[in-house]
Write a protein that binds this ligand. Structure first.
Ligand code: B4P
Length: 195
């Protein structure tokens, strides 16, 4: 199996690049943001709980997100690997992911971190907000709150994977194609295992 994490602040391009990686390497995509938005649009109890946090730019509680991930891993036993997009976002989520993968006798191969300056993040998210209808892209105040949550709770997750020597940072403020090429260079040698 090949399991990768796409890591970075809101708007760094995790969702955008994940889609290109699954097309090229055939991994199963798990985006906690997409899963949560799916629950919201279906009007489930989980979605109702999550909505309040997302609309304020805050992270959804760990218990909710970890439960969702567990469900997806259990349903996709035949996958040749996973790309985790926007997860883990806290130390507790990282510990839970390590444990869940260990139970499947596998592990994270590499964390790919997208580096993008804050000004560019705000610009991208405001632009997306004009057409996406996403409430968390609606104004600069919420976007800044999301970036602050990243600094307060998520950035620290990088340290965990650096200590395991499973962390690589990539310049993410070029074009989508440029970033994709940089990521592919790192993934291609690892993907030989599942070819
Ligand atoms: P997510 O859905 O994960 O979204 P994101 O971090 O905002 O965006 P991403 O980095 O994927 O950016 P994208 O490619 O879309 O999270 C949303 C919310 O859900 C969180 O704030 C939180 O409340 C909750 N949540 C999710 N996971 C959670 C977890 N594990 N724990 C707790 N809460 C959780 O790109 C953004 C825009 O930039 C797009 O419009 C794109 O077209 C553009 N773009 C991308 N690359 C570009 C490039 N190279 N140049 C120009 N534009 C580019």
């Amino acid at each position: 199996m090949l399991n990768l994490i796409l890591f970075g602040p809101p708007g760094s391009g995790k969702g955008t690049q994940s889609k290109l990686i699954i097309d090229r390497f055939g991994l199963h995509h798990i985006s906690t943001g997409d899963l949560l938005r799916g629950e919201i649009s279906e009007g489930t109890q989980l979605g109702k709980e999550a909505k309040a946090f997302i609309n304020k730019g805050e992270l959804v509680p760990d218990k909710v997100v970890i439960g969702m991930i567990k469900g997806v891993l259990e349903k996709n036993t035949q996958a040749k690997g996973f790309i985790f997009d926007g997860f883990p976002r806290t130390k507790a989520q990282a510990a839970a992911l390590d444990k869940l993968l260990k139970e499947k006798e596998t592990e994270i191969a590499l964390v790919l971190a997208l580096k993008v300056p804050e000004k560019e993040l705000v610009k991208r998210l405001l632009l997306r907000g004009k057409t996406s209808g996403r409430t968390d892209d609606a104004n600069e105040e919420i976007i800044k709150a999301r970036i602050q949550e990243y600094h307060d709770k998520t950035e620290i997750v990088a340290q965990h994977y650096k200590e395991l020597d499973k962390f690589a940072a990539v310049k993410g403020d070029g074009t989508i194609e440029e970033t994709s090429a940089l990521l592919s260079e790192l993934i291609t040698p690892l993907a030989k295992e599942i070819a």
